[in-house]
Design a protein around this ligand. Structure first.
Ligand SMILES: Nc1ncnc2c1ncn2[C@@H]1O[C@H](COP(=O)(O)OP(=O)(O)OP(=O)(O)O)[C@@H](O)[C@H]1O
Ligand SMILES: [Mg+2]
Length: 224
């Protein structure tokens, strides 16, 4: 099985207000098609780790590989390209542009990547909406759809550039149990049918127990 994401000996310090060793020698791999979750007490460093893995935070020690290529030390322009092309994000709060339509929101990361024609991007965006069963919402304003639907729009948007991995920081944190299960099922299908890798931070034990692997964190470390 090929490895999509690898963290090697990641250490991170916050320097203010006092020096604080927040991530301690974090090493792990995520394989192609693997659906992994990260659990751990509030404040143990989950979001801090996800910021590093997603290349948004570059202030750390250790090495990060995406699709077997070292990305640690790359310049910010290249990192933003890699992030947009290979990594999809889903957060607890969806961050959709409320004045734009659902379809426009989903198209946005592909427009930024600018590797395909607008027509092709629109076609692909409709395909993603279909996968998520929300194609009927394409032309609605993002502000006019429900919370569960917004989360599915956010997943469609995360998928638009056909990333290798989806990372989520409590993507179901805001959803009722029915919608949370819905999102789990969508993630599961994507991992099984399309070989997508997923790394999802969650406080929801039912959700985590259904994933392929739980990475348990405590006090800045991965627990054995
Ligand atoms: N910018 C920062 N400067 C200093 N300390 C920070 C900063 N961001 C986070 N911390 C601290 O680092 C630790 C880890 O924070 P982090 O947000 O990664 O936790 P978490 O595991 O995601 O928690 P939660 O489950 O509540 O979201 C906490 O003690 C937090 O207070
Ligand atoms: Mg957090």
């Amino acid at each position: 099985m090929s490895i999509v994401l690898e963290a090697k000996h990641i250490n991170k310090y916050f320097k203010k207000p006092v020096k604080f060793h927040v991530l301690k020698d974090i090493s792990f791999q995520i394989k192609k098609g693997e659906f992994a979750s990260i659990m751990g007490k509030s404040g143990c460093g989950k979001s801090t780790l996800l910021y590093i893995l997603s290349t948004m935070d570059t202030d750390y020690e250790g090495e990060l590989y995406l699709k077997n290529k070292l990305i640690t030390g790359q310049d910010s322009t290249h990192l933003s390209y890699l992030r947009n092309k290979h990594i999809g994000f889903v957060f607890q709060f969806h961050y959709l542009l409320s004045e734009f339509s659902v379809l426009e929101n989903v198209m946005l990361p592909a427009k930024k990547l600018a590797e395909k024609s607008l027509q092709e991007i629109e076609h692909n965006a409709m395909q993603k909406l279909k996968i998520l069963n929300i194609e009927h919402l394409a032309h609605k304003k993002a502000s006019r759809v429900s919370g569960g639907e917004k989360q599915r729009v956010a997943i469609a948007r995360a998928l638009i550039n056909d990333p290798a991995i989806i990372m989520g920081d409590e993507p179901t944190g805001n959803l009722d149990s029915h919608n949370a299960e819905n999102v789990f099922n969508i993630f599961k299908q994507l991992s099984v049918k399309q070989g997508l890798s997923l790394l999802i931070v969650t406080h929801d034990e039912d959700f985590a127990n259904k994933t392929d692997r739980i990475i348990q964190m405590g006090d800045g470390k991965i627990l054995p």
